[in-house]
Design a protein around this ligand. Structure first.
Ligand code: AMP
Ligand code: GLY
Length: 423
């Protein structure tokens, strides 16, 4: 099978690495790619924001299957354009991608199908939103409706913080994404990410992971795209997984099919495990980054046929096998991230790799044959271990062998699981 992978982050490097191991693969192409992906795939120069250009490349090269990594091309209808042209694609239609693209859309599905989630109201003006917040009190959560690169959410512990967040949204801090605001009840518990493949009708559970959204140790500082992750998440016991499938995922798939927009691709449920059980915080319609990196390390099955089944049907006939070991990834980012940072800083050395250690590239590039950091999140130093603590030790030993002066990372990735393992 000839496959084209769209994307250029650590998530796509992990997907490329895993796809490249498939006996069913003949050629793997990738665009825009990065130097890590280039070790697994032929990089093609292709404007991935131009749906017609992607379709015409696929026709010209006889591509059998396209795997879309990030959400932006999905929300922009790339999967629709490929499906219309008769090309199999892993990723939902633009209409189904609304599950990520619009928080209000997802909340309305939850309300219609009785899916457990925080109580909420949608607003298009500041004053009624503020009145509602005053009535509800703090803590409370303020969210820009649209895509805001993970930065459109304020968990306000005080009323003033909530009122300020409403003003920020409506004054254009998040651009068009903040034209509508969702105000949501604060959910108390432990967060987990849960991943599930869907072919429009059937759902195949994958695995769980935990992300670390704050930039600083001890979960302090501003939110980021994710500073590290591990899998599995111990809070996702067999019982919580079953409840998540039955109470959250399955009604969502049914609801999407009934609405005429069947969901095909990966459903990434951000969950809060509260005293009442799993509640939905949000959906994403693509793999998490860096959660994907730890899932791919743990996956024993061939990735290609299961992604292909999500795109073309028959997921009910497949299973996904996992290594029992834990995987943990530490994100190394450019100093200053998630604020502004210097670009093109040299990465002088990467650690050696073995069966238990792998470095995935995110924001890297080759300049005059030398590896440089071009993005905020740059490297994902990933390791396997019999426990999360063991995976953590191996990952940080590898981090300490990276020579990149302008880089930093959190030193406490995995702390929740490590604390459980010690207790
Ligand atoms: P989101 O972009 O919706 O995933 O939100 C970003 C982060 O804000 C989540 O990962 C949670 O840590 C937090 N968050 C979002 N919604 C809630 C909520 N209703 N209650 C508590 N924390 C929340
Ligand atoms: N790491 C969180 C995300 O990919 O949305």
């Amino acid at each position: 099978m000839k496959v084209l992978l769209i994307g250029s982050g650590g998530r796509e490097h992990a997907l490329a690495w895993k796809l490249a191991q498939s006996p069913k693969l003949t050629t793997l192409y990738a665009a825009p790619g990065n130097p890590g992906i280039a070790e697994e795939a032929t990089i093609v120069s292709l404007d991935t924001e131009d749906n017609a250009a992607v379709v015409s490349f696929c026709k010209q090269e006889g591509i059998d299957f396209v795997v879309v990594g990030p959400e932006a091309p999905l929300v922009a209808g790339l999967a629709d354009a490929l499906r219309d042209a008769g090309i199999a694609v892993f990723g939902p239609s633009a209409a189904a991608a609304q599950l990520e693209g619009s928080k209000g859309f997802t909340k309305d599905i939850c309300a219609k199908y009785g899916i457990p989630t925080g109580a909420y109201q949608r607003f298009t003006a500041a004053e009624p939103a503020k009145a509602y917040v005053r009535e509800q009190g703090a803590p409370i959560v303020i969210k820009a409706d649209g895509l805001a690169a993970g930065k459109g959410v304020t968990v306000a512990m005080t009323l003033d913080e909530a009122l300020d967040a409403i003003d920020a949204c409506f004054s254009g801090t998040f651009g068009a994404a903040g034209a509508e605001v969702v105000v949501e009840a604060f959910l108390d518990g432990e967060e987990a990410s849960f991943f599930c493949l869907c072919d429009g009708v059937n759902a195949l559970p994958l695995a769980s992971a935990q992300d670390h959204k704050r930039v600083g140790d001890g979960d302090t500082g501003p939110n980021t795209g994710g500073m590290g992750a591990y899998s599995p998440a111990p809070v996702m016991t067999a019982e919580m997984t079953e409840r998540t499938m039955k109470d959250i995922i399955e009604p969502t798939i049914r609801g999407m099919a009934e609405s005429g927009h069947p969901f095909q691709g990966v459903l990434f449920a951000g969950l809060m495990i509260t005293a009442k059980g799993p509640e939905l915080i949000e959906y994403n319609v693509r793999f998490g980054d860096p959660e994907c990196q730890v899932l791919m390390m743990r996956m024993r099955s061939d990735l290609l046929p299961i992604l292909y089944a999500a795109a073309t049907g028959g997921l009910d006939k497949l299973t996904a096998e996992w290594r029992p070991d834990a995987a943990l990834t530490v994100v190394m980012a450019s100093n200053g991230y998630p604020g502004s940072y210097e670009k093109n800083t040299p990465i002088d050395a990467l650690p050696g790799e073995d069966a238990a250690t792998k470095v995935f590239h995110a924001g890297t590039a080759l300049k005059d044959g030398k590896l440089v950091a071009t993005g905020g999140r740059v490297l994902n130093v990933t390791a396997m271990g019999a426990t999360v603590s063991a995976a953590k030790d191996t990952a940080y030993a590898a981090v300490d062998r990276v020579r990149w002066e302008n880089g930093f990372c959190r030193r406490d990735i995995g702390w929740q699981a490590v604390a459980r393992e010690k207790s």
